[in-house]
Design a protein around this ligand. Structure first.
Ligand code: PBG
Length: 416
């Protein structure tokens, strides 16, 4: 190693055209370096900093001028690097990480636009309204902005969408009946989208909160209790109305007990045997939903959602929900939020054969965006890494506000 310090190494020294050959015996700890030959042709090629063409390589081979093997030696460390005997290691995991080709060969998890579902906020207006707490996200006009956004998403391979409506206060009520108005914003939007893009997959949200004057996912009793079975009755009407409009997957996000079985029965009774149910199986009472509630103006008017959404401290409880949803006929199990709950994603992945979805929620999006804007992190790289981590945890699909931006990067195009 000490000897190597006297040899100059250019980047080209790693290429096959390297004109210098070193010999070393494995038995000798400090290899002896011997200059064997400097072939003129290849020397000039490397001196000009250019690798040889295929023809030149062939010609050289025909002439018997085979390139020397790469040096069995390493350039020296910086001055002051300790001279030591190599560690006697059987396993050196870094061997499998030593080049981009090896790294990509052994990559265990992949990300593809096909894994993404893009959540879209819609409203009755003509203009797109920016959402303050979610830079880059808008409440889209259902007839214009929405269509543009779907076009752009499809351009980068995102074909799945989930719709969230902003409902005017005048249409909200304690029992959320606007939720199953066949001419309401969501059913109308589904019909429009299906007409324009027949092959997209439309997911819907099944819960009363955008329609509830109390801002809760269910009907609120006088004493503040969120009524379970009565709410489920409303949700069934909501899901059937969405299915009638052409929804492909209805997604109950309300966390009422027994809603998956009730929805399945209601859909089947109306002939919607092919409409899937993606159940929000493990949906936690999370502060990460803050920006979303601002987007839809759907903050609970009083209290919180802790009597129906799960306690963030709980892990085993997710299994109880998963078993119920599976038994009741859910097609997809969802965990929400995403990145802070990767342990729960893994738990469901290991305990169910059903596809697993994860929702990278509004707060997760906003944190990455905000830190990116402040130049505290590299937004794009953190975005891609967070999505990859959610996939690695076991999610098949990811609902993410980054879906279009991330798919753009995967397709090699920058999005705006
Ligand atoms: C409502 C619903 C919420 C989200 C999706 N569906 C909010 C809530 O439960 O209060 C949150 C999504 C997000 O934060 O991105 N049923």
């Amino acid at each position: 190693m000490a000897l190597a310090s006297s040899i100059f190494f250019s980047p080209a020294a790693n290429a096959v055209t390297v004109p210098i050959r070193f010999t070393a015996t494995a038995a000798t700890p400090t290899p002896r370096l011997v200059l064997v030959r400097a072939n003129n042709a290849s020397a000039s090629a490397s001196a000009s900093g250019r690798t040889r063409t295929l023809e030149e390589c062939e010609a050289a081979a025909v002439a018997g001028n085979f390139p020397a093997p790469p040096p069995h030696s390493k350039p020296p460390g910086p001055k002051g690097t300790p001279l030591i005997k190599p560690l006697d290691l059987t396993r050196r995991p870094r061997r499998n990480r030593k080049s981009p080709t090896l790294r990509s060969a052994f990559q265990e998890t992949t990300l593809s636009p096909a894994n993404f579902v893009l959540p879209l906020f819609i409203h009755e207006g003509e203009e797109d309204a920016p959402i303050g707490a979610m830079p880059g996200c808008f409440r889209l006009g259902w007839r214009h902005g929405l269509i543009d956004e779907v076009y752009k998403a499809r351009d980068v391979g995102v074909n799945s969408f989930v719709l969230f409506p902003k409902i005017p206060d005048a249409l909200k009520s304690p029992t959320g009946d606007e939720a199953y108005n066949d001419n309401g914003l969501v059913p109308r939007t589904i019909r429009l989208l299906k007409d324009k893009f027949p092959d997209i997959v439309i997911y819907t949200d099944v819960a009363l909160d955008p329609y509830s004057s109390d801002g809760h996912d269910g009907i609120v009793r006088e004493d503040g209790v969120i009524m379970n079975d009565e709410t489920v009755h409303q949700l069934c009407k909501q899901a059937v109305s969405q299915a009638r409009a052409g929804a492909d997957v209805v997604s109950p996000s309300d966390m009422m007990d027994g809603r998956v079985g009730a929805l399945r029965a209601a859909l089947d009774a109306e002939g919607f045997h092919d409409v899937s149910i993606m159940s929000y199986t493990a949906k936690y009472a999370s502060a990460f939903y803050g920006p979303f509630r601002e987007a839809l103006d759907s903050n609970p008017r009083f209290g919180d959602k802790k009597t129906y959404q799960m306690n963030p401290a709980n892990y085993r409880e997710a299994l109880i929900e998963a078993e119920a949803d599976e038994a009741e006929g859910a097609d997809i199990l969802l965990v929400k939020p995403g990145l802070p709950y990767t342990d729960v994603i893994r738990l469901l992945r290991d305990n169910s054969a059903l596809p697993i979805a994860a929702y990278q929620v509004s707060g997760e999006y906003s944190m990455i965006k905000a830190a990116g804007v402040l130049k505290m992190i590299d937004e794009e790289r953190v975005m891609m890494e967070s999505l990859m981590c959610i996939r690695r945890a076991g999610a098949d699909i990811i609902l993410s506000y980054f879906a279009r931006q991330a798919a753009g990067i995967l397709c090699g195009v920058k999005s705006n």
